[in-house]
Design a protein around this ligand. Sequence first.
Ligand code: DX5
Ligand code: ZN
Length: 223
Amino acid sequence: CAHFGVAPSILSADFLHMADDIVKIEDAGARVIHVDVMDGHFVPNLTMGIPLIKQLKPFARIPLDVHLMIDNPLVQLPWFLRAGSDIVTIHAETLNASDTISAIELIHENGAAAGVSIKPHTPLDVLKPYIAQLDQVLVMSVEPGFSGQGYIEGSEQRVSEIRAMGNEHGVSHLCIEVDGGINRDTVARVARAGANRVVCGSAVFGADDMGAELQEIERRGAA
Ligand code: DX5
Ligand code: ZN
């Protein structure tokens, strides 16, 4: 996560031509493949899961960044790890602090990177007990559940507060990824606030030239 980059969310890809879309975004310089897993309980929507990750793993040339929007991730974490997830992000709202720490440890024991995501109205203080152990914080800039929503104004303020919290806790290397409504117009403000990765669903996969759009978003974020 050292250099600013884009994490395309394949929730917005063409499911019947997934392999072609992945090659395009890899060739354009995508850093990771963002996989939005929704269970129909933590969020209303139902998307993709373990069988897809198992097939993606040997095909993908870049890491799989798995965003678990599921209740009680402790039950399913071992399966997602075994399927080949490289970065696993759970939601802060689903577990108490001590169970979140157990989840982070389990992810690390399996050689993956650990992330925690927070919804737009979750107080940032929840991160304090474990931020020092995290590789990534995923800041939601929309209510999780659907792609194609508008960026919630002011989310960049939460990014800068998390960056400051990370620095206070000695994790200046923390990857801060922002997810929801990021496009060529919103990327600069989150990057300036300290984000080093942005998730893009509809902005990239909805573009006529998805590779060029990805590169333009990255260029504006890195500027
Ligand atoms: C929302 C998901 C996002 C979403 C991004 O719950 O976590 O990753 O698919 O889509 P866009 O970029 O269209 O907001
Ligand atoms: Zn996501």
